[in-house]
Design a binder for this molecule. Structure first.
Ligand code: UDX
Length: 461
């Protein structure tokens, strides 16, 4: 390459591949490394085995112009690298308490075992790791280095660079972020990362044809802090957003009691710029791989110091209960759900993904199963994954929303896919045994549906 930075990304899952493909797109030379040979083979062939809009296009473009390559050879992956991103998984630990850190520790050790003397390497932690992990990664790299015996002096520093990507808009979130956070104290690490992020910070690049720059997008603020602070920023951001949603859900529950409309309340408070309108959509609450895990991790972190994070605990509890409001509403309308056919619209934890981690649909379906309902489900993309990952789910699957509606006693909207909001609800009303819809995302038009003869129940509307 010319003036591009030599970047290696360890772990080519969702975060790692997005990082690799975007930095290649911005003119850097990027190597993606993974232990999973099958995954690397797929990526080399330009196939992305998970659902993220535009990621495959960007990967193929990188392969075609040779900015992006993939390997399972760690030596080759590290030999030229100036910046090494650690983007391996940090799933919830099997005991449900805390985070599984073995992928991070193994990757850090392997990096140490394979770094050779030469120019400075900045090892950047992108995985969401417990506060303080920066020093921990540093010590694992040192252990790896010690394994090499006397390899000569290896110059490296560890930095933190949390990501704030959302599933379904990961590329846009990377190219057009609200801010970039660098957690480092070493001036050379800060310099190297600032150089790498320069096009993003200045927005000085030609946007991809499929993702034009949002109107009014100016320079991107850079937040440079120490590593522990950077790690906490990541957790605090997710915990705040999760709390904001739990807050509006609590208000929505109150709206149901007093007869107010939570959508109007959200708009009325959200226009106060100190509050902001985003993330005030009430409904059945948050799922996904990040919010539940990160809120729990922060609660545990506090516990380790003998501090009870009361607000976060409450946010978590409100959310855990919130997914079952749709069942209460079903019972209000149908009385008993036993023997009734309930159609579940959506399985994924949010639209535009097939991710089922923390998905409210799964809890709702299990509960309905326990209550003796006959549960059918439909999701535009997540059914295949659901069959494979949750084979014991007490539900059968429909081919489309109309098939799901046929003969159903009620429909429950769990994921606000456009396919559902744009469906022909007049047809749906005719197909159902009784036209009842419980809208767990407040995504449908209440007045319109009531006009079609539906019994409609939203959450706080
Ligand atoms: C989140 C963060 O947004 C992102 O910055 C971080 O890097 C990873 O975690 P993600 O989990 O992909 O991203 O989804 P997001 O769009 O944030 O939604 C999270 C959950 O909150 C979903 O279940 C969604 O349905 C729910 N949600 C979101 C609401 O219930 N109401 C809202 O107003 C917004």
């Amino acid at each position: 390459g010319d003036d591009g930075v030599k970047v290696t990304v360890i772990g080519t899952g969702w975060v790692g591949l997005t990082t690799a493909a975007v930095f290649a797109f911005l003119g850097n030379d990027v190597i993606g490394y993974d232990v999973n040979e099958k995954l690397i083979e797929e990526l080399r062939a330009g196939r992305v085995p998970f659902f993220e809009p535009h990621l495959e296009e960007l990967t193929r473009e990188g392969l075609a112009n040779r900015r992006l390559s993939f390997t399972t050879d760690i030596g080759a992956a590290l030999s030229t690298a100036e910046i090494i991103f650690l983007a391996v998984g940090t799933p919830p630990a099997p005991d449900g308490r805390g985070v599984e850190m073995s992928f991070v520790s193994r990757a850090a050790t392997v990096i140490g075992e394979n770094l050779r003397p030469g120019k400075l390497r900045v090892v950047v932690n992108k995985s969401t790791v417990p506060v303080g992990s920066n020093g921990w990664v540093d010590s694992f790299i040192r252990q790896g280095l010690a394994q090499q015996g006397d390899a000569g002096p290896v110059d490296f520093v560890v930095a933190s660079n949390p990501e704030f990507l959302r599933e379904g808009s990961a590329i846009a979130d990377t190219l057009y972020p609200d801010r970039v956070v660098i957690g480092a104290t070493d001036a050379r690490a800060i310099e190297a990362l600032t150089r790498l992020y320069h096009p993003i910070l200045t927005q000085d690049f030609t946007p991809p044809s499929f993702l034009p720059r949002p109107a009014g997008r100016g320079k991107v603020p850079l937040v440079v802090v120490d590593p522990v602070t950077a790690e906490l920023i990541k957790y605090a951001a997710n915990a705040f957003l999760a709390t904001k949603i739990s807050f509006i859900n609590e208000i929505a529950n109150l709206c149901d009691f007093v007869g107010a409309n939570v959508k109007d309340v959200a708009r009325g408070i959200g226009l106060d710029h100190r509050i902001g309108e985003a993330f005030l959509n009430a409904g059945i609450g948050w799922g996904g791989s990040c919010f539940p895990k990160d809120v729990i991790a922060l609660i545990r972190e506090a516990e380790a110091y003998g501090y009870e994070a009361k607000l976060l605990k409450a946010a978590y509890e409100v959310n855990a209960a919130q997914r079952f409001v749709v069942i209460r509403k079903l019972q209000e309308v149908l009385k008993t759900v036993r023997g009734k056919t309930i159609g579940i619209l959506g399985l994924a934890f949010k639209p535009n993904t097939d991710d089922l981690r923390g998905a409210p649909a799964l809890d709702i379906i299990r509960k309905l199963g326990e209550l003796g309902a006959i549960v059918r489900a439909y999701d535009p993309v997540a059914m295949h994954r659901c069959r494979a990952e949750v084979p014991d789910l007490p539900a059968s699957y429909a081919n489309d929303i109309y098939n799901l509606a046929t003969g159903a006693d009620a429909l429950v909207l769990v994921t606000e896919w456009e396919e559902f909001t744009q469906a022909n609800w007049a047809d749906i009303a005719r197909l159902m045994r009784t036209p009842v819809v419980i809208d767990g995302r407040n995504a449908l038009n209440k007045k319109y549906l009531e006009g079609l003869g539906f019994v409609y129940r939203g959450v706080g509307v």
